[in-house]
Design a protein around this ligand. Structure first.
Ligand code: CMP
Length: 133
């Protein structure tokens, strides 16, 4: 079914000027860009965005990283968007992500893993509200 999902090019991906290449992959796959903006997380917005991880030991590191620089947030629409986009970004640990995925092709980091994508339709609604209102 046609769905929407959110991707965020993280500060490392943005600084490395990978945004265009990343968006091109989703367009080539057939997804439509429904909304797109550059954005700077405050600490408070980052805590809200990543609130599911608030009790994890890496929460502080995660919040400070995502708010350390400009990101690009994009709402994508297409068939099975949530799961298909997750397949395209690859495993969380970039150094283990399969070649052919975004993390597998462009990075080696873990917290700095280039891109975030919503993991469920519920996360999409919550996360996109934080960024797009
Ligand atoms: P993301 O898909 O944005 O979802 C949560 C993020 O937390 C994840 O990508 C990683 O960047 C980060 N993360 C998850 N586990 C750890 C960890 N153990 N140490 C540091 N960062 C982590």
């Amino acid at each position: 079914a046609v769905e929407q999902t959110l991707i965020v090019v993280k500060p490392d991906g943005f600084k490395r000027q990978l945004t265009g290449k990343i968006l091109a992959r989703f367009e080539e796959k057939g997804f439509q860009i429904k909304n797109l903006k550059s954005y700077n997380f405050t600490k408070e917005k980052a805590q809200e965005f990543y609130s599911v991880h608030k009790d994890k030991p890496f929460f502080g590191e995660l919040v400070s990283f995502i708010s350390s620089g400009t990101v690009v947030a994009c709402i994508l629409e297409g068939n099975n968007a949530v799961n298909t986009v997750r397949l395209m970004i690859g495993a969380t640990k970039s150094f283990e992500a399969a070649p052919g995925t975004i993390r597998g092709d462009f990075g080696l980091g873990f917290t700095d893993n280039i891109i975030h994508a919503s993991d469920s339709p519920e996360s999409f609604i919550k996360e996109s509200r934080v960024i797009f209102g």
